[in-house]
Design a protein around this ligand. Structure first.
Ligand code: ADP
Ligand code: MG
Length: 255
């Protein structure tokens, strides 16, 4: 790929296609948050991240609180603009896309299981799953069938008429996953989806994610502190002080 050494406001004219099979590729990704006090330097949450994730992989991302995990996921989802560097996701160069393009791209191809992207509290599980399909203009029969199918995949058929507050944290996370599945997301990004769960429920959910990746050929990138993920993920990667590191000590993975 042609280098763009200056900044993101000067787009490169020729972008080579993303390597086949590569779903995520970031190069020298920096995200520096400005601080109110002009005398202080900004906070560098990401410091030159080079990340590559292949299609059909279940990847766990670990790192201490403040290591930049959420910032990285936000950049990969096009919810945040990096300060410099490049991001290719599913063959799209996110830096070159407008807000509007990013919004529809996200709706078409990405599933987000984020706390900040929670479920709508006044809607039932079924309605939460069905909503995006409705926005996309799917026929009633198609979206009804798909929503029920996906609730069944996550084991929540009997909970379809419950609202989020009537469900446990784990069940709500599974509704969010069903919503991503209904939308036929090719890439699911999840920020600490097992954070609030007991170990039995965590095992169940991780097992479910593992099968999902295998059966549906989805790529799944999940932030987690949980040592249990090591048994399920195809790959475990570590962020430390805004950069990927090869290996990490136990204290680097603490919440
Ligand atoms: P993690 O998810 O690994 O806990 P974050 O990506 O949330 O880490 O944060 C990385 C660093 O960036 C932290 O030092 C955090 O305080 C800082 N940070 C995150 N979001 C903002 C923001 N909106 N403004 C300023 N600093 C931020
Ligand atoms: Mg975080």
């Amino acid at each position: 790929m042609q280098k763009n050494p200056k900044n993101k406001s000067e787009p490169t004219l020729i972008e080579a296609a993303q390597e086949p099979g590569l779903v995520i590729e970031t190069k020298d990704l920096w995200r520096i948050y400005a601080v109110k006090n002009a005398k202080q330097e900004g906070i560098a949450a990401l410091r030159g991240v080079n990340l590559r994730v292949r299609q059909g992989k279940f990847v766990a991302l670990k790192g201490r609180s403040g290591s930049g995990k959420t910032t990285l996921l936000n950049c990969l989802a096009g919810l945040d603009q990096p300060t410099s560097g490049s991001i290719q996701v599913l063959g799209h160069d996110l830096i070159q896309m407008s807000e509007q393009e990013l919004t529809s791209w996200r709706r078409e191809q990405i599933g987000l299981v984020f706390q900040s992207f929670g479920l709508l509290p006044t809607l039932s599980a079924y309605e939460n799953v069905e909503l995006l399909l409705r926005i996309k203009g799917e026929e009633y029969d198609t979206r009804h069938k798909r929503a029920l199918e996906c609730l069944e995949m996550v084991g929540l058929s009997n909970w379809r008429n419950h609202r989020p507050y009537e469900m446990s944290g784990g069940q709500q996370q599974r509704v969010a996953v069903a919503r991503a599945l209904a939308n036929r997301a090719q890439l699911i990004l999840a920020d600490e989806p097992t954070g609030e769960l007991d170990s039995k429920t965590t095992h169940e959910l991780l097992n479910f994610f593992q099968r999902l990746v295998k059966d549906e050929k989805i790529t799944f990138l999940m932030v987690s502190h949980d040592p249990l993920v090591d048994q399920y993920a195809d790959e475990v990667i570590f962020l430390k002080d805004g950069n990927l590191v090869e290996t990490a000590s136990a204290s680097d993975c603490e919440p």
